[in-house]
Ligand binder design. Structure first.
Ligand SMILES: C[S@@+](CC[C@H](N)C(=O)[O-])C[C@H]1O[C@@H](n2cnc3c(N)ncnc32)[C@H](O)[C@@H]1O
Length: 364
C-alpha cells in the first residue's frame, strides 16, 4: 500500500516536472518570437512563408522555417497547407493570439512574461551567491529582460484601470482634474503608471521616483514618446530618502512595496509627501487571493487589523506595524508571502476604502 502511494506521488511529480520543462521550452520559443519581432512582423505584414518572414524580420531563412514549424505544431500559429513544400507553407498569427502576443495595451498580453523566464534564468549565478551569502540581488541586476517583462505585463492594467482606481477617490480625482494636483508615483519603474496618471488627468503633474537608473532612463524615453515630458518628470532616487514633504496630493506605489528593502521608511515618507501623520489613512491592496487569505490571518492584530484580504483601510495603521508585516524574511519564515499590489497614501481614509476595493480586482 505504502509502495503504491509512493509510486503515485513519484509519478505525479515526474509528470509535473516534465510538463514544466515542456512549458518552459514553449516560453523560450515565445521569447524568440517576441524579441526578434516575428509575431509583430506577422501581425503587421499578414500571413507569410518562411522566406517572406525572414526577409521581413531580418533573420536567417533556415531559422525562420524552424521557428514557424515549431509555432504551428504548438498551435500558436495557423498553417494553410501542411502538404505544401516547406518554404511554400504560409503561416498566420490568429487575431485572438495577437491579443496575447503583440498588443502592448491588451489586457490579455502575456508574451512579456517569457522575458521573466529567460531573464531570471540568466540571474541564477547571482541568486546562488545570494543564497550562500545571505545578501540580496538588486532589481537592476535582473537585467533588461526582467525590467521589460514587468513593464509589459503591468502597462495594460495601468492603461485600462488607472482612471477607475483614482476615480474612486472623488476629492482627489476632482483636485487632479482641476489642474492643481501633483502626484508622486513611487517606485515607478519604467514609468507607465506615471504616464497613465497623466493621461487620465490632463492637467496634473506627476513625479515618478525609482532607485533603478536604467528604469528611469527608459521612463524618460516613454514620456518623451508620449509627448508628456513637460508634465511627467522622473527622478532617480531612493524613495526611502528622497524629499518632497507636503508637496503632493496623492502618493502611489504600484506592485513595488514587496520589492523594497525598507518599505516602512518608504511608506513613512509617502505619508509626509501628502502631509499625513502616521495616524492618517493608508490604503493597501494585495494582488493574490491566496496571499490575501494567508496574510489576513497573520496580519490580524486586535484594533489595528490590516485586512489585507478585504483590503480595508485603517486610520491607525502604524508604520511600525507595517514594518513587521512587510518584513519579507519574517513572513517567509512563517511561510507567508505578502504581495502588495498598490498603496495609495491620501488624506481621506474613508475614500481610500473604495479605491483599494477596486484594486482588489487584480486578484482571482
Ligand atoms: C516590480 S517593480 C514595479 C515597477 C512599477 N511600479 C510597475 O508596476 O511596473 C519594483 C520597482 O521598485 C523599485 N524600488 C525598489 N525599492 C525602491 C526604493 N527604495 N525607492 C525607489 N524605487 C524602489 C525598483 O527599482 C523597481 O523599479
Amino acid at each position: 500500500m505504502t509502495a503504491t502511494i509512493g509510486e503515485a506521488r513519484r509519478d505525479e511529480l515526474a509528470g509535473r516536472l516534465a510538463g514544466a520543462v515542456l512549458a518552459t521550452l514553449d516560453l523560450q520559443a515565445v521569447y524568440v518570437g517576441d524579441r526578434l519581432g516575428l509575431y509583430r512582423a506577422l501581425e503587421d505584414g499578414g500571413p507569410a512563408t518562411a522566406p517572406e518572414l525572414a526577409a521581413r524580420s531580418g533573420i536567417h531563412p533556415r531559422y525562420a522555417r524552424e521557428w514557424l514549424e515549431h509555432q504551428a505544431v504548438g498551435a500558436i500559429l495557423d498553417v494553410d497547407d501542411v502538404q505544401a513544400a516547406p518554404d511554400e507553407r504560409r503561416y498566420t498569427l490568429p487575431a485572438a493570439h495577437a491579443m496575447v502576443l503583440t498588443d502592448p495595451e491588451s489586457p490579455w498580453l502575456l508574451a512579456p512574461l517569457s522575458r521573466f523566464v529567460v531573464g531570471t534564468a540568466a540571474t541564477m549565478p547571482r541568486l546562488l551567491d545570494a543564497y550562500r551569502t545571505g545578501e540580496g540581488v538588486d532589481w537592476a541586476d535582473y537585467g533588461a529582460d526582467v525590467v521589460e517583462a514587468q513593464e509589459g505585463i503591468n502597462r495594460p492594467q495601468f492603461h485600462h484601470l488607472m482612471g477607475e482606481w483614482i476615480g474612486a477617490l472623488p476629492d482627489i480625482a476632482e483636485k487632479l482634474r482641476s489642474g492643481k494636483g501633483r502626484v508622486a508615483d513611487v517606485a515607478c519603474g519604467t514609468g507607465w503608471s506615471s504616464i497613465s496618471i497623466a493621461r487620465h488627468f490632463p492637467e496634473v503633474a506627476v513625479d515618478g521616483i525609482d532607485i533603478d537608473a536604467g528604469s528611469i532612463a527608459r521612463a524618460k524615453a516613454h514620456a518623451a514618446d508620449a509627448g508628456l515630458d513637460g508634465r511627467v518628470s522622473f527622478l532617480f532616487a531612493d524613495a526611502a530618502s528622497a524629499d518632497g514633504e507636503g508637496r503632493y496630493d496623492l502618493v502611489t506605489i504600484f506592485e513595488a512595496l514587496h520589492d523594497m528593502a525598507r518599505p516602512a521608511e518608504v511608506l513613512a515618507i509617502g505619508r509626509r509627501r501628502v502631509g499625513l501623520g502616521p495616524a492618517d489613512g493608508l490604503g493597501v491592496g494585495a494582488d493574490d487571493g491566496r496571499a490575501h487569505e494567508e496574510a489576513g490571518e497573520v496580519l490580524a492584530d486586535g484594533e489595528r487589523v490590516v485586512g489585507v484580504r478585504e483590503v480595508r483601510v485603517v486610520r491607525d495603521l502604524l508604520i511600525a506595524d507595517v514594518r513587521d508585516q512587510l518584513d519579507r524574511r519574517a513572513n517567509l519564515e512563517r511561510g507567508v508571502q505578502v504581495e502588495v499590489a498598490a498603496v495609495l497614501a491620501v488624506g481621506e481614509p474613508e475614500q481610500v476604502g473604495d479605491a483599494v476595493r477596486i484594486l482588489q480586482r487584480r486578484g482571482p
